[in-house]
Every structure is written in structure tokens, then in C-alpha cells.
Design a protein around this ligand. Structure first.
Ligand code: ADP
Length: 321
């Protein structure tokens, strides 16, 4: 056996095809492909490879260089014209439903006014670690790692940030160590402020999902959000009508507190796809408060979210060609 094949055999069980080796005399040069590994795992792998190489007979000196391909990432912005329409609820459930459909999805909570994702995703009170100035997203019980503006500052302070600070924080979240998670759902603040501008200028999303309630006023605001993306040539994936129709938990009677179908008609008028409606249901609010988003379960409330995520998934497939 040559020294090189002996070394390669020694590294095979550890590096699983990630190591390319060269041996000159007693010196081994190893190129380690760490694509998709979080920083901590990269360093652990390098240490293991180095130790195994040094334990190989005839090798006295080991050099290891890490290399990685960039994982192409795309952002999906979830936006609304005004607050309280269920944008965060839709973002969390969309991310979970896409992950359940087999995509590698991460969630960015950029809503400085009310960063609610840590609570929705059952990781309230967590702080992300940072390695080499890069944040490590926090794992959640739903297979969707999360970074939230709310994890960077004490509760209630983010709102006092000046625009550029909020924009800079978004950059930190978007450029975190997402590993192989290549689809990032971004819960934007409502309206059309600095965070939205940074998002569009520095981290142009692949597409945007707009959330509205059926009310006229909410729809007018949603139209403004749509305009913002249209001007920046960010495709609008479609419009979601939330809090559409109310099913009484006691008698089962369906009623329409905000009317119904307004968003679908508006979408048709604006020439953007209509992705579906989510009923106003006590179960949605309760599940959100409990940190168990409906899309993670199999209850009747899950269906609407999975159908919407299915359409977003198809849109992504078409985009990837
Ligand atoms: P936004 O992000 O637009 O401010 P949230 O997602 O935080 O809105 O939702 C506002 C409130 O409405 C939350 O208490 C949430 O649980 C509740 N909510 C959202 N969508 C629904 C729904 N379809 N049915 C019942 N409650 C909902």
C-alpha cells in the first residue's frame, strides 16, 4: 500500500468522502470539503482528521485546509401592509409546512415591532451563539432553525432602533451560519420601512408572500406592500387571506366577521396569484400561544397552511426550473 492510500483508508470512516489527500515524504496535505457543516462541526472534523492522519504510520506532519462551496440561498419574504393580520402566524406555519414537505428551511424573524417567532416556535428565551462573528441559528422542535431580532435585544428595545441598525441586524441574521438550510422564510415587519428596504436592496428575496385579512383597509395596506416588491422587481408569489370566515367552536356555524373573498378579488385585480384562505379559528390562536403551530400537527387547521405551502413549493420548483 502506498502511503497515500494508507492515509486515505485511515480517513475514510471519519471524513466520509470529504478529504482529498496528498503525501510527500512524511508530510500529509489534506483538503477537507466542509460544505454544509456548521462551524463547530467543521472544526471538530478537522481535529479528528488531523489526529487520524498523525496516527497513520509514516506520517509526521499534517496540514489541513478547509474548503466549502457556497450553498445558494434564497429568501422568501412574508409581508403585510399592517400589523395584526397574522403575518407571523403564516410565516411560521409556512416554514414548518415547507420543511415537512422535505425542504431545508430556516426562519428569520425580522419583525422588530413584535418579534413573536421565538414564542411561536417554542424557543422563547433562547439566545443564539456566535462563532467567528457568525450567528448560529437556534434549533426548534419543528426542524426549522430560527434567528429572531427578539433574540438579539432585550424585549421591548428593538422598537427603539434607528432604521440603519435594524437593517444591519437583518444582515446579521441573513448571513448567519445556516448550514444546508437553503430556503429562508423571512417574517418582515409590517409596512414599508427600513428593514424592508435593506431586505430588498441587500438580500433580494426570490419572492414575497403577502398576508392580508379580507377587510378593505387591510387590503389597501397590502396593496402598498405589493407595490414595494413590484418596484424592486421582486416577484410576488401570491396573496394569503387570513382570518377569513369564522367557524364557531361550539355550534360549528360558519360566519364572516370581516367578509370573505375580498383578498381573492383583490389578487385577481392586481394580477397576482391567490394562495388560499386561512379561517379565523380559536384553535389557531391557542396553538400559536402554546408554541405548537398548527402546521406541525395534523388537525383541521393544518390543511389550509399545507395547501398554501404546497403552492409556494410549486412556485419554487418552477423557479428552479
Ligand atoms: P402579525 O404578524 O401580522 O402582527 P400575528 O401572526 O402575530 O400577526 O397574529 C396576531 C394575533 O392573531 C395572534 O394572537 C395570532 O395568534 C392571532 N391569529 C393569527 N391568525 C389567526 C387565525 N387564522 N385565527 C385565529 N387567530 C389568529
Amino acid at each position: 500500500m502506498t502511503d497515500r492510500s494508507a492515509l486515505q483508508a485511515a480517513l475514510a470512516p471519519i471524513a466520509a468522502g470529504r478529504a482529498t489527500v496528498r503525501v510527500e515524504g512524511s508530510r500529509a496535505s489534506i483538503v477537507l470539503d466542509v460544505t454544509g457543516l456548521p462551524t463547530a462541526a467543521r472544526d471538530a472534523l478537522e481535529a479528528d482528521v488531523r489526529a487520524a492522519a498523525l496516527a497513520t504510520p509514516g506520517i509526521a506532519d499534517v496540514r489541513v485546509a478547509q474548503t466549502s462551496e457556497r450553498v445558494g440561498r434564497r429568501l422568501i419574504a412574508v409581508a403585510s401592509g399592517k400589523g395584526g393580520v397574522g403575518k407571523s402566524t403564516v410565516a411560521a406555519n409556512l416554514a414548518i409546512a415547507l420543511a415537512r414537505a422535505g425542504r431545508r428551511v430556516g426562519l428569520i424573524d425580522a419583525d422588530i415591532y413584535g418579534p413573536s417567532q421565538p414564542k411561536l416556535m417554542a424557543v422563547e428565551g433562547t439566545r443564539p451563539e456566535a462563532r467567528e462573528k457568525q450567528l448560529l441559528p437556534v434549533e426548534t422542535p419543528y426542524g426549522v432553525p430560527l434567528l429572531s431580532m427578539g433574540q438579539l435585544v432585550p424585549a421591548g428595545q428593538a422598537i427603539a432602533w434607528r432604521g440603519p441598525m435594524a437593517g444591519g441586524a437583518l444582515t446579521q441574521l441573513a448571513e448567519a451560519d445556516w448550514g444546508l438550510h437553503d430556503t429562508l422564510v423571512v417574517d418582515l415587519p409590517p409596512g414599508t420601512g427600513d428593514v424592508q428596504l435593506t431586505m430588498i436592496q441587500k438580500h433580494k428575496p426570490a419572492g414575497a408572500v403577502i398576508v392580508s385579512t379580507p377587510q378593505d383597509l387591510a387590503l389597501i395596506d397590502a396593496t402598498r406592500a405589493i407595490d414595494l416588491f413590484a418596484k424592486a422587481e421582486v416577484p410576488v408569489i401570491g396573496l394569503v387571506e387570513n382570518m377569513s370566515g369564522y367557524v364557531c367552536p361550539h355550534c360549528g356555524e360558519a360566519s364572516e366577521p370581516f367578509g370573505q373573498g375580498g383578498a381573492e378579488a383583490a389578487a385577481a385585480k392586481l394580477g397576482i396569484p391567490f394562495l388560499g384562505r386561512i379561517p379565523l379559528a380559536m384553535a389557531v390562536r391557542q396553538a400559536s400561544d402554546a408554541g405548537t403551530p398548527p402546521a406541525a400537527g395534523n388537525g383541521p387547521e393544518a390543511t389550509a397552511f399545507h395547501q398554501i405551502a404546497g403552492q409556494v413549493g410549486e412556485w419554487l420548483d418552477r423557479k428552479e426550473g
